[in-house]
Write a protein that binds this ligand. Structure first.
Ligand code: KIV
Ligand code: ZN
Length: 516
């Protein structure tokens, strides 16, 4: 890297992010997110942990095939089995990276690994040199780095670099550190490890104390030039440093942090929405940068100031992160050509048949809804793309709701093109629908999340529903959109059932180790 102030953004949404309980994604979803991360300008995409499961291996393989601009990285423990799995999953990658790690803190070495520090030291040498023989780009991490003895950390870092690691990652695995301490750790490494100039130092901070972003920036101030982070701060427990926050902090306070990243910040909002929709993890309203209220001004005195000069209360513009006023796009008289143009503008590249289907859905929506916005078009196309491989689909739904009860749902499904119908009651209309679906498609999935959000303003807005189901330790998230919230709920549940069926067919060959 020529520019010494360039910060590499390493996104681990698909690996550490996916380890958030309930955030598992299927291959199509991972591919969709990987493409969005590449478009965003992420330098390195950690696509998964190939040795952990067949699904992870496949996902890293598929991501490797399509991503060309970003490096694609696979995680591995310090074992030949893991490194071989990562290497094989990365065989199609244009720019592969193997990321290998081992714990170096006394606590982890004694109680988790049951190894002495000398044994760990040997494993660092063996794993890094083994990986380096397979791949030119090797990253090494000392798990639980911030609770590791400083001298031992320096010894292992030196050995990792000597044996071929070109990136050294210092994880605050349990989110225990604070900015001053993190600066001190990185400074110590920079001043003590003799070959440190041969590697890029990286931060990987968890957010258990709410300071992951601050710690990452403190690491950069001390000389780190790679930040590991996730969209929306997804990740184990309280999550990782949020990509959108570190990037916008650097951009907004460039006077104090004169660094650059390759991130196209105008795509942050869109990417955040995609990750939230795929995982079913809502973004809190007051979340920095991408929360619904991040640019909303409620107090009269603030609104007055904003009208006079937006800088009074805005430290960055909404446009700089891709937030714009809802765009009125089209109405029921808009034609095919204008619709196609709109899809291109919104970044969709779908085939002619899919365009035709979206156009028909758009026309149907325009008949029901007075104003059709960009967000509506996105919801229509995404809803359609989500359902492309579905084996079960909704044909009809009628519901009796209201105060009198019993709330009843009559559902007709097409299951592998065979029509099946049933009627059920429930504790409310949504419960009645889900009970009917349980009768038509018996399963043991437990409902873990049911979430509705309005795509745009107004009572005629489309509802976007996410449903999370968990069966025998396998979790799936289904989505559905419709102007009728109950239809959207049925579609989301059916989408989750389709995914559950695909997951049932897959086995998990090796158990995921306890990492974050
Ligand atoms: O938090 C952590 O220590 C990790 C490593 C595997 C990098 O995720
Ligand atoms: Zn982690």
């Amino acid at each position: 890297m020529t520019n010494k102030n360039q910060i590499r953004i390493f996104d681990t949404t698909l690996r550490d992010g996916e380890q958030s309980p309930g955030a598992s994604m299927n291959i199509e979803e991972k591919l969709k997110i990987a493409k969005a991360l590449e478009a965003l300008g992420v330098d390195i995409i950690e696509a998964g942990f190939p040795a952990a499961s067949k699904g992870d291996l496949e996902a890293v393989t598929e991501v490797s095939k399509v991503i060309k601009e970003s490096k694609v990285c696979g995680l591995s423990r310090a074992s030949k089995f893991d490194i071989d799995a990562a290497n094989s999953a990365l065989k199609y990658a244009a720019q592969p990276r193997i990321h290998t790690f081992i714990s170096t803190s006394e606590l982890h070495m004694t109680h988790k690994l049951e190894l002495t520090s000398e044994q760990v030291y040997e494993k660092v040498i063996d794993s890094v040199s083994y990986a380096r023989n397979l791949c030119d780009d090797v990253e090494w991490s000392c798990e639980d780095g911030t609770r590791t003895d400083r001298d031992f950390m320096c010894r292992t870092v030196e050995a990792a670099i000597k044996n071929g690691a070109s990136t050294i990652n210092i994880p605050d695995t349990v989110g225990y550190s604070v900015p001053d301490e993190f600066t001190e750790i990185i400074t110590h490494l920079m001043n003590t490890v003799p070959n440190i100039d041969k590697a890029v130092i990286s931060t990987h901070c968890h957010n258990d104390l709410g300071v992951a972003v601050a710690n990452s920036l403190a690491g950069v101030a001390a000389g780190a030039r790679q930040i590991e982070c996730t969209i929306n701060g997804l990740g184990e427990r309280a999550g990782n440093a949020a990509l959108e926050e570190v990037v916008m902090a650097i951009r907004t306070r460039n006077d104090l942090m004169p660094y650059t990243t390759n991130i196209k910040t105008e795509l942050l909002n869109k990417t955040s929405k995609l990750v939230s929709a795929v995982t079913g993890f809502p973004v809190q309203y007051n979340k920095a940068i991408v929360g619904k209220n991040a640019f909303a001004h409620e107090a009269g005195i603030h609104q007055d100031g904003m009208l006079k000069n937006s800088k009074t209360y805005e430290i960055m513009t909404p446009e700089s992160v891709g937030v714009s006023e809802s765009n009125l796009v089209m109405g029921k008289h808009s034609g095919r050509h204008a619709f196609k143009q709109k899809l291109v503008e919104l970044g969709y590249d779908i085939g002619d048949n899919a365009i035709e289907e979206s156009f028909n859905n758009f026309k149907a929506l325009a008949d029901k809804k007075k104003n059709v916005y960009d967000e509506d078009i996105i919801a229509i196309v995404d809803d359609q793309v989500i359902r492309v491989n579905d084996f079960i689909s909704l044909k009809d739904l009628s519901v009796i709701a209201g105060t009198k009860g019993p709330q009843t749902a009559e559902v007709t499904l097409l299951i592998d093109n065979n029509e099946q119908n049933t009627k059920s009651t429930g504790d409310g209309p949504v419960d009645a629908i889900f009970n009917a679906l349980m009768t038509l498609v018996p399963h043991k999935g437990k409902l873990q999340l049911y979430q509705v959000h309005a795509v745009t303003e107004g009572t005629d807005a489309q509802a976007e529903v996410s449903v999370r189901l968990s069966e025998n330790g396998k979790t799936v998230v289904g989505q559905g959109a419709d102007t009728d919230t109950l239809v959207a709920s049925a579609k989301a549940y059916i989408n989750a059932l389709n995914k559950l069926m695909v997951k049932r067919e897959k086995t998990t060959p090796s158990k995921m180790s306890n990492i974050s």
